[in-house]
Design a binder for this molecule. Structure first.
Ligand code: ATP
Ligand code: MG
Length: 287
């Protein structure tokens, strides 16, 4: 295997990079800082228990970009996310954060799980759940309370600091999990079907919270979802995977005006066109 230093110098020179088709290239979205690649999959293969799970993944993600990943069950969406989290190392190729190989979990890359019930500590109230991330990061005690209040308010939980998870709705618990992630002050948030267990209205509200967050903090979001419309609504680009082994089948640039709006964006001709393309693609990819 080619060493990291060698690869990074190669990458820095821009040589030997995977050939990208024009459709694969990042679009100049308004939220992102063009040219500032933060995350990179470089010829990534993942094998698990001797089985190829991901094959030849090449993808660059810019700072402040929202990338949504869709694809049939088992196509490797979660595995892709886990390589970014540092939990599943690639068998070949590299996954890079700011040009450095991701070898283990890091605090500037946070994960929001679908199962908020298990992600939160039931014996800690909302404030104490958020504080957990600060304790893990050894943030000084002074200033924690004000920061906790700021994050809870940001996620629409102002006034709920004393509530325990069991006293909160599913949407509130998921907001709390996101607030806790933000307490890590991450550059990247990885989300694996984070709103899959929530009702449609709550889901839409939280989608808008994610968009606001990215606009306010330039956070980069890698978002896995089964919901094609959610993917288009949120994303700068939608990555469509196909299975056996998991690989990138197509990349859809989402050229929709920002800020997005749950009514007008979803009625926009470009939204409807993309929706049709994605549905056709997924239908075609079905066995
Ligand atoms: N730890 C593991 N050991 C062996 N195989 C695994 C492991 N984790 C996942 N796999 C396999 O890798 C493939 C991709 O799984 P992954 O969870 O990434 O898919 P996914 O696209 O997220 O699916 P879903 O939509 O159902 O969540 C599946 O065939 C799965 O069985
Ligand atoms: Mg999954």
């Amino acid at each position: 295997m080619i060493g990291y230093n060698k690869v990074s110098s190669v990458l820095a020179r821009g040589a030997m990079r995977p050939v990208e088709s024009p459709a694969d290239r990042p679009s100049g979205g308004s939220r992102a800082d063009p040219g500032a690649d933060l995350l990179e999959f470089w010829r990534v293969d993942v094998e698990l228990q001797g089985r190829p799970i991901l094959s030849g993944i090449d993808l660059s993600i810019r700072k402040g970009e929202i990338v949504c990943v869709v694809g049939p069950s088992g196509s490797g969406k979660t595995t892709m996310l886990r390589t970014l989290s540092g939990f599943t190392p690639p068998t070949a190729g590299q996954v890079l954060f700011q040009g450095q190989e991701i070898r283990k979990p890091r605090r500037d890359i946070a994960i929001v799980f679908q199962d908020y019930g298990r992600a939160l500590l039931p014996w800690r109230n909302a404030a104490k759940n958020v504080e957990l991330a600060m304790e893990a990061a050894n943030k000084p005690r002074a200033g924690r309370a004000a920061e906790i209040e700021r994050l809870l308010t940001l996620m629409g939980l102002g006034g709920h600091a004393d509530k325990y998870p069991a006293q909160m709705s599913g949407g509130m618990q998921q907001r709390l999990q996101i607030a806790r992630c933000l307490a890590q002050t991450p550059s990247v948030i990885l989300m694996d079907e984070p709103f899959g267990a929530l009702d449609a209205m709550t889901r839409q509200t939280l989608q808008d919270e994610v968009l606001k967050l990215v606009a306010a903090m330039q956070t980069t979001v890698f978002f896995v979802t089964h919901d094609l419309e959610e993917a288009i609504y949120l994303a700068d680009r939608v990555i469509a995977l196909q299975p056996n082994p998991g690989r990138i089948a197509r990349i859809f640039d989402v050229d929709l005006p920002s800020p997005r709006d749950q009514i007008s964006t979803r009625e926009h001709p470009a939204f409807l066109k993309l929706r049709r393309q994605l549905f056709d693609f997924v239908k075609g990819a079905e066995p």
